[in-house]
Design a protein. Structure first.
Length: 228
């Protein structure tokens, strides 16, 4: 599908998040969600309550990734790397990201970050995900995305995607990002630049999921750096 990258850029600069509507079709969403029961595809399973992360569970895929996720991870990286490099320049961070994802993964793997990070998450009634950041090691790509695989109001209720932003010497700002089935939200992993009177300054962001009130909610996450 065609993505309006000018709109994505503007939304990320303004709010730290951007929605891409219908990135996946309903059939693709159902097929991805069904993979959750196939343990052979995953390297690990995390039960959130055991670690104080919230309630619910998720599984990290093993390599090779499912074709659909692998293709999107590769295709989306290049335009997002341009945004990431622009943000780092604004924040006076020296690190720059290569234009191809394969080259960036080689950088991660050379530093010992070799475990794949794309994942599937499953929430049932009463489950939620505490506000957090997905960092995993020294090398962190500044942007990631989550795709809603279930249909709101039919498969589940509640379970909104939530972000908070902490600006220096200010109270935190919260934002709920409405998503339909197949929509992706692209968002800042850790921090983003905000233009101030004396140039850009850093704001910290965290993301999570509010309580699922009924049903079952599946999402897929695409993180561009691998884990140590």
């Amino acid at each position: 599908m065609e993505i309006d990258w000018q709109t994505v850029n503007a939304s990320l600069d303004e709010r730290g998040s951007a929605v891409v509507e219908r990135l996946f079709s309903p059939a693709q969403c159902r097929a991805l969600a069904a993979l959750y029961e196939n343990d052979a595809l995953f390297r690990s399973r995390v039960v959130m309550a055991r670690h104080g992360f919230g309630r619910g569970e998720y599984k990290y895929f093993a390599y090779p990734l499912p074709e659909l996720l692998a293709a999107q991870r590769t295709a989306l990286y290049s335009p997002l790397a341009e945004i990431a490099n622009r943000w780092n320049a604004a924040l006076r961070v020296k690190a720059r990201f290569p234009p191809e994802h394969e080259a960036y993964l080689r950088r991660c793997h050379a530093a010992g970050q070799r475990r794949p990070t794309p994942l599937l998450l499953k929430y049932e009634q009463g489950d939620y995900n505490c506000l957090h950041q997905d960092l995993y090691g020294e090398h962190v790509f500044p942007l990631q995305l989550t795709i809603l695989l279930s249909e709101p109001e039919r498969d589940f209720t509640g379970g909104e995607f939530v972000m908070t932003e902490q600006r220096p010497r200010m109270q935190s700002r919260a934002e709920v990002v409405p998503l339909a089935q197949g929509d992706a939200v692209i968002f800042a992993v850790n921090e983003r630049p905000v233009r101030g009177a004396r140039g850009a300054y850093r704001v910290k962001l965290r993301h999570g999921v509010s309580r699922v009130r009924s049903g079952r909610r599946y999402t897929a996450g695409i993180i561009f750096h691998d884990a140590a």
